[in-house]
Write a protein that binds this ligand. Structure first.
Ligand code: SF4
Length: 220
């Protein structure tokens, strides 16, 4: 098969994204939150756990500890009891208390609203920062998770599609360069939802996929 030119790939990306927009017209963050602090904590808790389970647990957590001030001063045992169902509860308890203490000490108790500041918080990388920026601050953000990595590789949306060690930061740069910033947050949500529901890790449901006519990895 002839090598696809950069401009042909860009054109294909945009038509495939239009199909993803039809498939998922109203993408939204799967984690429930009402403040940037709640979203930051929920995102940390969602590691190695389903968003559904996090959503079942966070109402109790945030009722007891509504802001960084309360969580920073929490008794770890009490927090562990609440987040026990989420797995890795001891490590997660330490993490969210340390995170809250840093927010109190460094940012007067308010979650900062820039990438530069967010990544100074303990255990907060670009992925978590992008989730918080895009969804709680409405600043364009493109979180790269396992679904985004897999789907953009199968679709050959990036030059590094066949590199299993491609760095999330480079994937973020390459994909965001192809779309306007206003689209980044929704683009990430759509890729994540498409990866969860259709382009699944073990067995992609290519027969049901609206992109199967142009996707280079389609099995149909
Ligand atoms: S056609 Fe198959 S491999 Fe390609 S995006 Fe759809 S589900 Fe994934």
């Amino acid at each position: 098969m002839a090598r696809e030119t950069k401009s042909a790939r860009l054109e294909r990306m945009h038509s495939e994204y239009a199909l993803l927009c039809d498939e998922i017209p109203y993408p939204k963050c799967a984690l429930n939150f009402s403040t940037p602090f709640e979203l930051l904590i929920a995102t940390v808790l969602s590691a190695q756990c389903t968003d559904k389970r996090v959503n079942e647990t966070t109402p109790v957590l945030f009722e007891a500890y509504p802001t960084a001030h309360e969580l920073a001063a929490a008794n770890p045992q009490d927090v562990e009891d609440i987040i026990h169902p989420l797995g890795f509860f001891r490590a997660k308890t330490k993490h969210i208390i340390a995170l809250s203490q840093a927010i109190v000490h460094e940012f007067d108790g308010e979650v900062p609203g820039t990438m530069e500041q967010l990544v100074t918080l303990p255990g907060v990388g670009r992925k978590t920062a992008n989730v918080v920026l895009g969804n709680a601050f409405h600043v364009p953000g493109f979180p790269v998770d396992t679904h985004v990595i897999r789907v953009t590789a199968r679709l050959h949306w990036r030059a590094s599609w066949n590199d299993p060690k491609a760095k999330p930061e480079l994937i973020e740069q390459e994909i965001t360069a192809c779309f306007p910033p206003s689209e980044w947050t929704d683009l990430s949500h759509r890729l994540i939802l498409h990866g969860r529901n259709v382009c699944k890790a073990r067995r992609p449901l290519c027969e049901q996929c609206p992109l199967n006519l142009t996707c280079p990895s389609s099995l149909v």
